[in-house]
Design a protein around this ligand. Sequence first.
Ligand code: GAP
Length: 454
Amino acid sequence: MMNKEKNIQEIINHLKSAGFVFQGSEIYGGLANTWDYGPLGSLLAKNLKDFWWKEFIIKEPNNFAVDTKILMNPKVWEASGHVANFSDPLIENKLNNKRYRADHIVEQLFPEIDIKNMSNLDLENFIKENVKEYDNSKTDWSSIRQFHLMFETQQGVVVDKKDLIYLRPETAQGIFVNFKNVQRATRAKLPFGVGQIGKSFRNEVTPGNFIFRTREFEQMELEIFSYPEQSFDIYKKYLEKVWNFLLKLGIKEKSIRLREHQKEELAHYSQATSDIEFLFPFGWGELLGVAHRGDFDLKSHMLHSKENLEYLDPETNKKIIPHVIEPSIGMDRLLLALIVDSYENEKLENDDTRIVLKLNKELAPYKVAILPLVKKLSKNADDIFQFLVNNNISATYDETGSIGKRYRRQDSFGTFYCITVDYETLNDNKITIRNRDTMKQERIDIDQILNYIK
Ligand code: GAP
């Protein structure tokens, strides 16, 4: 099933022209699957991260933040299991020289087949036998090899095998290696959470679908450390919390669904995992995951680092290894979902249309646009603009073009209110304020603007 009402190419074109998302390195012909956030996209991303921060860190007294580095000791990735396990089955079509995820090919063409128990050799034989044409090309398949997803680089001036380090493929490990530091510094008692927002890198075999799957992306991750016996309740609590978080952001309930992983598809560290999927224009796709990681990470880091990462229970005086629940959200993927969900090409009266981004007020890049009716009123309009930004209201200013066109432009940015300053304003100290969604206008006192907006 696809969200066919929403045309992804139309949305991408709008995002570019409005200044949300640009092709990365565009003037050099781009770099495949890299995207830059423009003036509006970077504001939207910041608002989204602030929203997550408020819900998962600020409002939870026993949750704390860290900001750890992308580059870590390579032993971290041995302990985490990434060096051994973080790879995908890659198959190449020798006739068009393109590489694909073998599992994705079978999932896409034969959704009725359960591939979970198929070995790479099974997959390879199946594809060779059954997929004679793919991606608009006849096929001559290579054998499957496991393709490692971690980006490698070297540290230091002399390039040497010993200097090999990785760009982190998840932010979570920066939290696990600091478990003891955070617990000591905060004196937190179980259960407590540690979260962060940051970049992760994966050399994906098949990046694509715009910003859905890229090789550089941002994650918002939280690790909740708990007593083993309370861990499944916390897992359920956070599943509910992330669901409600999506609704609070303004995502429509009909656009999301819960999918629990079956035993065979669980990651090497996981005791249970559930994804929340979103109905993208290209079909249902994973938006975020909540995983029960058990004691895998702390135990493994204890083994590899030889440091004691146990928690001394103040009640019983016994040492235990906490269990971990992890809600992990891809910021860019969530941003795409929010845009897809809020993008409307609306038919108006008189055969007119408008593009409108019906973003939640807190997420809208600009809450308010100040629009003087004529340039002569720009000083008065600028005073209102300065007043609002000094009161932490994100505002923009536009004095060119007809007022109708300026309204349409702001609607397409998702700007929640437009304020028009006209000649009457000079007499009655009032402005006209227009609501993006209802398009209703009201005349209010300048002194009332802040109350009205808040
Ligand atoms: N620490 C657990 C972890 O990283 P994951 O399911 O691999 O789990 C979590 O990733 C989330 O990160 C995903 O649900 C998705 O939102 C986002 N994500 C993963 N790979 C991505 C990629 N290549 N591009 C964009 N977002 C990605």
